[in-house]
Design a binder for this molecule. Structure first.
Ligand SMILES: [Zn+2]
Length: 208
């Protein structure tokens, strides 16, 4: 099954067709073929309309890992929001949804949308972290890519399990992670979100 996550106004159909999007007759949805780079189609992603996290800054986490496909050493990236960011608490009625200020930092996983301001910063600081079709999740997500073989690395393989490179088991593992502060106001939509980040204080810091 293909990703079903583009919302396309009638007037822009030709434009998205030219960028590689396709119309699925049976399901009556616009989708992106999984072989295609989804980046140019980012503004039509349906997830864009449903942000669930907002912040004025973030920590871009970097750590060395091993590509599961070619076994070369690669840099992996993750996004950590400082305390004080806001998260959407959904109510029964969408009109009653509330944005709450988070008292703990949090790490975002299975990110489906990042606003343009942050995308521009990531193109510069984390070019191998980009939107791609996740065969595991069967939808588009921001994922790490290997700079050698271009293979993609699912969050499941580098960030979700405790003890994986972006989810340290102890302070010495955390010390291998370098955090770069990026001051930019942005919105995100993600499927998973941690309350608190383990060993954040043990991670190294660089300037912007
Ligand atoms: Zn590789």
């Amino acid at each position: 099954m293909y990703s079903i996550d583009l919302t396309v106004p009638d007037a822009e159909r030709t434009l998205v067709l030219n960028l590689g999007a396709r119309w699925h007759q049976k399901y009556a949805v616009w989708y992106v073929p999984r072989t295609l780079n989804a980046q140019p189609l980012g503004r039509w992603l349906t997830a864009r309309a449903f942000p669930n996290a907002r912040s004025n800054s973030l920590w871009l986490a970097r750590v060395l890992g091993t590509c599961p496909w070619c076994e070369n050493s690669i840099t992996l990236h993750g996004l950590i929001l400082p305390a004080g960011h806001r998260t959407l608490c959904p109510a029964d009625e969408p009109s009653e949804d509330v944005w709450e200020v988070a008292e703990e930092p949090s790490q975002l996983f299975e990110i489906e949308y990042l606003s343009d301001t942050l995308q521009a910063a990531l193109e510069v600081h984390a070019p191998t972290y980009r939107l791609a079709y996740s065969p595991l999740l069967e939808r588009f997500c921001w994922l790490n890519h290997c700079r050698h073989c271009r293979g993609l690395i699912e969050d499941d393989d580098c960030a979700l399990d405790v003890g994986s490179p972006l989810n340290p088991l102890d302070e010495s593992m955390a010390a291998r992670i370098v955090l770069q502060e990026i001051r930019v106001e942005f919105e995100a939509s993600c499927a998973r979100y941690s309350c608190g980040v383990q060993f954040l204080e043990a991670m190294a810091r660089t300037g912007t």
